[in-house]
Design a protein around this ligand. Structure first.
Ligand SMILES: Nc1ncnc2c1ncn2[C@@H]1O[C@H](COP(=O)(O)OP(=O)(O)OP(=O)(O)O)[C@@H](O)[C@H]1O
Ligand SMILES: [Mg+2]
Length: 277
């Protein structure tokens, strides 16, 4: 059984604009899924349905067999941790410590376990020592890490991250990718993240759904989806930079490859094989 099933889901905002059209997805436990789409595609709208912030106009979302609806909201929110696109929508406590403690206290955690969990979450995101700072006085990237720590502390089954790399510097992006990979492997947390950062997707996702104008236009492995060059470009996205470079070298007759590399590591292999041939 899939951990998450999105079945014929549509959503319209109150002004009538149809933001999601008949979306179908099946996500397995432990998967790392990218929802890749341009601005206005419907990524954030879809994410708001995952933990019941909004309700579909039609269709059903189930998580672990449980329908996302008002009646199940407490259980759903224990299973699904959401990291918002804008950290200011997420952080509302006056200290970092309180921010991370908030959900844990609601779960009934206290004493040493509470202190240890807060310390662990801050350590994992590289924000040790920031306990007494106000989240509002942090930089954008630091806010993102605290938002991540507050969700991680709850040890959800699924983490839904809306544009997780958007506020981060290059080193921060690198560290976040490593961190999310670790979270997925060690804590067995299923990851779903929305992005239009095509260079990051191959480093993290094993499955990609392309979303455009509220519709899923393709779903498949990262390799399958990036193989659809025309489709990617048609929806105002692009190939990862290394893939584009190898594509150009291929057109110039300097390289001959069956499938384009998507990461620097894959590109290095292509070049080494080419030199060897
Ligand atoms: N509160 C709202 N009322 C009406 N329409 C909205 C509202 N919020 C979003 N929309 C519309 O719904 C569509 C999907 O928006 P959404 O925010 O889900 O896109 P997105 O893929 O997350 O884009 P981005 O990459 O810019 O974050 C857009 O056309 C947007 O204009
Ligand atoms: Mg968005």
């Amino acid at each position: 059984m899939s951990l998450i099933e999105v079945d014929k889901v549509s959503y319209a905002y109150s002004d009538g604009s149809l933001a999601l059209r008949n979306v179908n997805m099946k996500i397995k436990r432990g998967e790392k899924v990218a929802i890749l789409g341009p601005n206005g595609a419907g990524k954030s709208t879809l994410f708001h349905l995952f933990n019941g912030i909004s309700k579909p106009k039609s269709g059903i979302i189930t998580i672990n067999g449980l329908k996302v609806c008002k009646k199940n909201l407490v259980k759903i929110r224990q299973m699904v941790g959401m990291v918002f696109q804008d950290s200011d929508d997420q952080l509302f406590n006056s200290t970092v410590r309180q921010e991370i403690a908030y959900g844990l206290l609601n779960m009934g955690m206290s004493g040493k376990k509470l202190e240890d969990t807060i310390a662990w979450a801050l350590d994992v995101v590289g924000m040790k020592g920031y306990d007494d700072k106000s989240p509002h006085n942090l930089s954008g990237g630091q806010k993102k890490r605290i938002a991540l720590a507050s969700v991680l502390a709850m040890k959800p089954e699924v983490m839904v991250l809306d544009e997780p790399t958007a506020a981060l510097d290059p080193r921060g992006v690198y560290k976040l990718i490593k961190l999310l990979d670790l979270i997925n492997k060690k804590l067995k947390i299923t990851l779903i993240f929305a992005t239009h950062d095509v260079d990051t997707v191959p480093l993290l996702a094993d499955t990609v759904y392309l979303l455009d104008k509220g519709s899923i236009v393709m779903g498949g492995t990262t390799e399958e989806v990036f193989n659809q060059k025309e489709l990617i470009r048609k929806i105002n996205l692009r190939l990862p930079r290394v893939a584009h470079l190898v594509e150009i070298l291929g057109k110039d007759g300097m390289l001959n490859v069956d499938s384009l590399p998507l990461t620097i590591g894959q590109a290095k292999e292509v070049l080494e094989n080419h030199r060897g041939s």
